[in-house]
Ligand binder design. Sequence first.
Ligand code: ZN
Length: 54
Amino acid sequence: MSATSVKDPVCGMIIEPSKAAGHADYKGHTYYFCSASCKTKFDNDPEKYAGKSA
Ligand SMILES: [Zn+2]
């Protein structure tokens, strides 16, 4: 078994937080991203992506 994995809300990829390229805190939840470009997309429009994985 591996560590807890999380879903990149931008592209939907399942990743491990320890291997994420970046993360962002939004409305009390921490989101992890597979790449810097996914984080940039999230930062530009967090509500668009944060709602999907709730
Ligand atoms: Zn991604």
